[in-house]
Design a protein around this ligand. Structure first.
Ligand code: GLC
Length: 532
């Protein structure tokens, strides 16, 4: 029965931000050999697939999301040989590797853009999106960049503007040009031929733009100081109908390599998000589900509503997935507090569908305050509060002066957290009730218990407004997950008699429990095997 599910349905994805994971060569920036040195840890932790944020040659205007060459490795991270060695070792451990694929834009230093910019007659001119100035000489329309300001940059030499939905050093490719598609499909083949197990595709819903270049509506509630990406409704820059054709082409290419995974980064409301599975389930396997990342209130009622809404709207045969954090959003332990974020980990790892864990979240890592002079992220250029540097701080391996991320005396590219001496892998591995022990136990149970990785999901009504309770079931075995999303004890009465607590978020209780009447402590959650 079990093998009807593929590895990416049963497994757990772990996101590595390579600059911040492990520095093996003393330059303060993480690298591929560093990741390779830490594979024992990842295997011990119990994750199945590693997604690496971009590792290709890049001037690092957007820390790798500005790619200057899709078919090589950035020297800061290593070489193609280092990559092959890493992939080999990942596979040896029966883990998978997923690469970040960034098709919407290149670096302005990519040879394609250099050629495109050289003249209006260049054969690569149409590989990017060039437009004449508006009548007043200004930008062709009102489109704004996700990082702030106009999305158009004037090129004085050729007298036209090019489009960049992100940084000025990230010109958007013209995906309506069949040559661009072919070139990018060759890139995908290059990595699939090398043996990678799939892709996470960057801003996949933005790849195609309106042919008439109509103005986007401004969001009336947006004010200066709000996140720049929230300024306009991207009705002409995002989610254009033709993008689905491109995604289907990519998916069929990926499928021709066997059992690979194809994940799309998509920030859209649920009905539109669902369209990215494809009418025939022939688009992305997993359109990232960012509901937890975007939830305005971490309240049991809202959490349940978002899980139930998602479960209800999922098309038949579509596989769910859950994300708590990533390199673009504040860390979960910072958003909801470290105590409550243990409950969030139990939620993430006991729901139906593929979870994605962001590196360091398993330690309870928090955002790190980065002084303005040390900030790097282009999203923070107009307003440092929107910088994503705080959630990208170096992984905390041990209590040494470089936190085990870099050698003694080396300055890491972003500052270390102040509390790394308490919250680090080495220490938490030894502590019976640490955050890491919790996550490792959750991952172990998720793997052992079929109901958790492939079972059904149903939420149940409970009297306490502060608790979210659901049942996972498979082959006659039932488990109930009861989460107290508040910092006060809650009395619960469940429609079952007896059970056994397999794991509690606090790691303070296991064993028999009478389910008709019990108290779930503040910031705690129970995973219970039901006896009756
Ligand atoms: C995605 C990435 C983000 C990047 C942007 C542009 O949203 O996750 O880090 O800045 O795309 O590539």
């Amino acid at each position: 029965m079990e093998n009807v599910y593929s590895w990416w349905q049963q497994g757990v994805v772990y996101q590595i931000y390579p600059r911040s994971f492990m520095d093996s060569n003393g330059d303060g920036v993480g690298d591929l050999s560093g990741i390779r040195q830490r594979l024992d840890y990842l295997q011990w932790l119990g994750v199945d697939a590693l997604w690496l944020s971009p590792i290709y040659p890049s001037p690092m205007a957007d820390f790798g999301y500005d790619i200057a060459n899709y078919v090589d490795i950035e020297p800061v991270f290593g070489s193609l040989q280092d990559f092959d060695a890493l992939l080999h070792d990942v596979h040896q451990r029966h883990m998978k590797m997923i690469l970040d694929f960034v098709p919407n834009h290149t670096s302005d230093e990519h040879a394609w853009f250099v050629a495109s910019r050289a003249s209006r007659e260049s054969e690569k001119r149409d590989w990017y999106i060039w437009r004449d100035p508006a009548a007043d000489g200004g930008p062709p329309n009102n489109w704004t960049s996700f990082f702030g300001g106009s999305a158009w940059e004037f090129d004085a030499a050729s007298g036209q503007y090019y489009l960049h939905m992100f940084d000025v050093k990230q010109p958007d490719l013209n995906w309506r040009n069949p040559l661009v598609r072919q070139a990018m499909y060759d890139v995908m083949r290059f990595w699939l031929d090398r043996g990678v197990d799939g892709f996470r595709v960057d801003v996949i819903w933005m790849m195609i733009k309106d042919t008439q270049f109509r103005d986007n509506p401004e969001r009336p509630d947006w004010k200066p100081g709000d996140p720049p990406y929230a300024r306009q409704e991207g009705i002409y820059t995002e989610n254009q109908p033709e993008v689905h054709d491109v995604i289907r082409e990519m998916r069929s290419l990926v499928d021709s390599y066997g059992e690979k995974v194809f994940i799309g980064e998509i920030y859209l409301p649920l009905p539109q998000l669902m369209e990215y599975y494809g009418e025939m389930l022939d688009e992305v396997h997993l359109p990232f589900n960012f509901q937890f990342v975007q939830l305005a209130n971490w309240h049991a009622r809202d959490i349940r509503a978002s899980v139930d809404a998602y479960e209800t709207i999922l098309p038949e045969g579509a596989w769910p997935n859950w994300v708590l954090g990533n390199h673009d959003r504040s860390r979960i332990a910072t958003r909801i507090g470290r105590a409550q974020s243990r409950v969030a980990q139990m939620l993430l790892l006991t729901l139906r569908g593929t979870p994605t864990c962001y590196y360091g979240d398993e330690l309870g890592m928090e955002d790190v305050a980065v002084p303005p002079e040390l900030m790097h992220d282009p999203q923070g250029k107009d307003n440092p509060i929107h910088s994503r540097d705080p959630e990208r701080s170096p992984m905390q391996w041990n209590a040494d002066s470089g936190a085990g991320f870099c050698a003694d005396g080396v300055t890491p590219w972003l500052p270390l957290s102040e509390d790394y001496r308490h919250f680090n892998v080495e220490r938490e591995q030894q502590e019976e009730r640490s955050y890491l022990t919790l996550v490792q136990n959750l991952l172990t149970l998720r793997r052992q218990i079929p109901a958790l990785h492939v079972g059904s999901y149903a939420s149940i009504d409970v009297a306490s407004e502060e608790c979210f309770v659901y049942v996972r079931e498979h082959a006659g075995k039932r488990y109930v997950v009861a989460l107290n999303c508040s910092n006060a004890d809650q009395a619960l009465s469940l429609p079952f008699k007896e059970g056994t607590i397999m794991l509690s978020a606090s790691l303070e209780r296991t064993g028999p429990i009478a389910l008709e009447d019990f108290v779930l402590p503040a910031n705690d959650g129970y995973l219970i095997e039901i006896a009756d």
